[in-house]
Ligand binder design. Sequence first.
Ligand code: ATP
Ligand code: MG
Length: 445
Amino acid sequence: RLAPPGNGLPDYISAMSAPRQLTEMRLPDLGYNAYLCRYSEIALKGRNRASFERAAVANLKRLLEGLPLSVRRERGRVFLQPEPPGDTLTAGVVEALRRQTAKCFGLVSGSPAFLTAPELPAIEAAVDRSFGAVCAAVAAQLGEGMPIPYAMRARRSEHRLGMTSREIEIHFADRLLTRHPCLRVNLDNPLLRVEVEVRREHAFVSYERFPGPGGLPACTAGRVMVLLSGGIDSPVAAYLTMRRGGAADFVTFHSAPYTPPATVEKVARIVRILREFQGEGTLYAVNLAEPQKLIRDRCSERFRTVLYRRLMLRVAAELARRREAAALVTGDSLGQVASQTLANLAVISAATPMLVLRPLIGAEKRETMDLARSIGTLAISEEQVPDSCTVFAPANPVTKAPLPLVEAQERRLPPPDELTRLALAQTTRVNVDTLETGPLPPDPA
Ligand code: ATP
Ligand code: MG
């Protein structure tokens, strides 16, 4: 790997922060003429393969809109070529590809590459033309005279050259090692990996891999409604669900005029970032102040948080139903705060028959923060803005609220359907760019 995670965590944990892996080596403008994309293998299983590929390509095209590139799909590989054909990728385009690859669910990596005819002399010529500059750049980053840990890797999808992958590797390794004494073979942890891929119509030569987020192509797994606060956790929960193909809409709860307009504005900025990964996603803002006051005035203080949460789930489930979403998503993590004990999560979930997903249930705060940083939401989440739940929060919330007691508390309130309707009457769709408000989705029933 070019990109050691370097945080000392076991692989299964550092894999959660995949977008953060940086290719440590920076290469100069080499005049590449292609960009090779690699899917997450998991997307390619079974009968869904073609539709996953189409979805991944459509999403990639969206992410690359405006760049002078054409996208080609060919037997399990997607690659890009400069437009018009014959041009090379400018340094600016390569940088944009690095950035956008990190946002494209379903891709494990992408490589700027030299596309050649699938013949040995053409491949050799591409390597010879570029390798001097590659070596010089790596040497400059390592320090002059330091040996460059290097590996030669070959793949072939066709018996084109009359050579096995191993034979191709040995052929190029021999060539490079005799001409460039600065190279030291290091198959386990190379800094420089020379990759040759031979396919039926083309061959590709590349030296860098830009990491993708992996996962499944955006919006291929059905819709979800994410309960998005201004906090650190729920944007990450949204991201993880989206990375598995969930198409997310968002709902946030505020308590105007007890919370300022900045509460919703902050969430809108978070949605702007999350939307980039899937190209769509609507934000709904619910003013919960009136029902919260009823709860504050009629119910016992220690139950407030659980009662607010149950109401939030009911309202979110109604919005989800109207958007034909199949599940709700929250940023709960087991035991983090009083409302996130197992007992309270169960009582909160019991407020709605709809499936509630909690992708962060086993996450450590530190892991969540690392992911939030790599997604780009952490800095916004850390801004101090009042939150709907904190303005009416009890000093001493219950950590284990038995359902019968919670239901007894709710009998002091208007019936749940009525409270939900009251909240929906105070709900707007929010244009996250202009902050203009619009109407709710119609009730399909
Ligand atoms: P977060 O960092 O996402 O706010 P948290 O650790 O602060 O989470 P809580 O405040 O207990 O935990 O909220 C748990 C979950 O409930 C949140 O992750 C979110 O999904 C949902 N939630 C809480 N408050 C709101 C809100 N005002 N609007 C929308 N969803 C909310
Ligand atoms: Mg919170």
